[in-house]
Ligand binder design. Structure first.
Ligand SMILES: [Zn+2]
Length: 466
């Protein structure tokens, strides 16, 4: 069901001729800039092999790497093996979270209604098989349910004013057996209940048109009935993993005690092979680990791959929160690579959560100016794994091409849309930026003391990026 909805909305978008960014041809990265690069920059980027990055993406994007699944586990093994083959000690850090399994079947049958209905699911919705009379309950507020008798019935309510979860709970507390929530604008309704609640009853979504057809039927026939079937939906404990390879300072006596984390998420959304989101960032992280392995450095560099990002930055949140305060104090920068290789996306930006410059954006702009003749544009964005670092008071930024490609979170996010030029550009910028700080004898002033930051809840969901 979900797949179908995604395919439809994409087709509609393409048919409307909107949101189809023109392909951006990246500048050739090997000409015209070399004079600006010092020996350290050259050392940092010399060993990067873009074909290796591309081949990692090919391997990782064979199937969707949904958090907590066998395919994500295979990605964990692949990353561990690769990092180890470069000579690193690798930590695989498991973590558990409450996860949701999408239903395998979802149906809505209404005798007497012409045409096929296309009900949608709400994430965290429950399974069930309910046949009952319909009742019109406005927008599903407690006052709406005071006005009608919903006991044992299926409530038909409109989207809007407050959350889907509240509507479902209000219906449940009014004694309803099921809920149909229809859209208040054009298009399909794909919603989430935000988390599990024991009071939930089976709920499906409908388009505005289909909801109105249902209400007309109910007006003509007050005893109209419906059947809701939701099968296979389940909320339960799941396990995912982070994989971290550490490059220690090459001379213990010169160890600054500082740590730079280069990170990316390995998981993808259901149905999407995730070549760009985010096999691209994962593959660049792997190749940077290989290419930078033997660089002389006075700073620790951690190459991290996080699980369960798509479910609310769960892996990176777990990683940062499991660190003792002394460890957090040592981390001076987080470079977060998320969607860094789509040929159909816009230009590279480096985005901090608060939109302010920080050590990461400064190092990045300095390196990119030397590499490309102009600094990477700064932006402002949450919605990815740099957020927990920012929240802990660590300078952090997201590398992403903006605007996003039309294949974002679709089955079309595949290898053939990947641009080697873009991958190489990002890899070189990050390598040069990190090495500017990590190399010997670079006595940058100490960063000001870390202090925790407030971030809004939506910053924890990648889809807010749109
Ligand atoms: Zn992503």
């Amino acid at each position: 069901m979900k797949k179908k909805t995604i395919a439809f909305s994409l087709a509609a978008m393409l048919a409307a001729g909107a949101a189809m960014p023109t392909a951006v041809i990246a500048q050739p990265v090997a000409t015209g800039y070399q004079e600006a690069l010092d020996q350290f920059d050259q050392k940092a980027i010399r060993k990067i092999d873009v074909d290796r990055i591309y081949n990692h993406i090919a391997t990782l994007s064979e199937a969707p790497r949904v958090a907590g699944t066998e395919v994500e586990n295979r990605a964990v093994d692949y990353l561990k093996d690769e990092f180890e083959s470069y000579g690193y000690d690798v930590e695989v850090q498991p973590f558990t979270y409450t996860g949701y399994t999408e239903p395998t079947r979802i149906e809505l049958n209404v005798p007497g209604l012409e045409g096929d209905l296309s009900p949608g699911n709400f994430t965290y919705g429950v399974s069930g098989d309910v046949t009952a009379g319909l009742v019109h309950a406005g927008i599903g507020s407690p006052a709406d349910f005071d006005r009608v008798d919903a006991e044992g019935k299926i409530a038909v309510v409109q989207r809007g004013e407050f959350s889907f979860a509240e509507k479902v709970i209000n219906a449940s507390e009014a004694g309803a057996a099921g809920v149909i929530i229809y859209n208040n604008g054009p298009g399909a309704l794909n919603g989430t209940l935000g988390g599990h609640d024991d009071r939930y009853i089976p709920a499906v979504s409908l388009s505005q048109e289909q909801g109105q057809a249902l209400l007309e039927l109910l007006e003509a026939n007050a005893s109209a009935e419906a059947r809701i079937i939701v099968e296979g939906a389940e909320t339960g404990e799941h396990t995912s993993h982070n994989v971290i390879a550490t490059k220690h300072p090459t001379n213990k006596k010169k160890d600054t005690g500082e740590v730079i984390v280069i990170g990316s998420h390995m998981d993808s959304v259901p149905g999407a092979p995730g070549a760009n989101d985010n096999a691209s960032g994962t593959a660049v992280t792997l190749e940077l680990a290989r290419a930078m392995k033997n660089l002389p450095s006075d700073t620790e560099i951690r190459f991290a791959s996080f699980g369960a990002e798509e479910l609310g930055l769960i892996g990176s949140h777990h990683y940062v929160n499991a660190l003792p305060d002394e460890e957090k104090d040592r981390i001076i920068a987080n470079f977060n690579l998320d969607m860094v290789g789509s040929r159909d996306a816009g230009d590279l930006i480096v985005a901090s959560v608060d939109g302010e410059p920080n050590l990461v954006t400064e190092l990045t702009q300095k390196a990119s100016e030397k590499l490309n003749g102009e600094p990477t544009t700064r932006g402002r964005s949450g919605s990815s794994d740099h957020v927990p670092f920012h929240q802990a008071g660590i300078p952090a930024a997201l590398f992403i091409h903006s605007p996003l490609e039309p294949w974002y979170h679709t089955p079309q996010d595949t290898l053939d849309k990947i641009s080697k030029e873009k991958l190489l550009d990002v890899a070189e910028i990050v390598a040069a930026a990190v090495y500017d700080r990590a190399r010997f004898d670079n006595q940058n002033p100490k960063e000001k003391k870390r202090s925790e930051a407030h971030v809004p809840k939506e910053a924890f969901f990648e889809q807010s990026i749109r």
